[in-house]
Write a protein of this length. Structure first.
Length: 93
């Protein structure tokens, strides 16, 4: 029987508490608060503050070099100039 507040075996929650998010990243809760909270926005549901596993994954992927952060500045400058290639040229210089 599945209790209402428990996920089925093998299913991972999408949102994590601070302590669970820290454990997910392999760091202490204090380190998470000091270094991660400012970079990964939490999801607030009522009085609960939770972190999305996918947002934590994206943050970690960017830092580990698995994927690169989008070049918003280059794309914005290109859009303002009216040239969609401008952002690409700025990145290659």
């Amino acid at each position: 029987m599945i209790r209402a507040n428990r996920l089925p075996d093998g299913m991972t929650p999408r949102l994590l508490s601070r302590d669970a998010a820290a454990a997910y990243l392999g760091i202490s809760a204090e380190h998470f608060t000091a270094h991660i909270v400012a970079s990964v926005a939490p999801v607030e549901i009522g009085r609960r503050i939770l972190w999305d596993v996918r947002a934590l994954d994206r943050w970690l992927d960017e830092r580990s070099g698995t994927v690169h952060a989008p070049d918003f500045k280059g794309r914005l400058l290109g859009a303002l100039d009216g040239d969609s290639n401008e952002g690409r040229q700025a990145r290659s210089q």
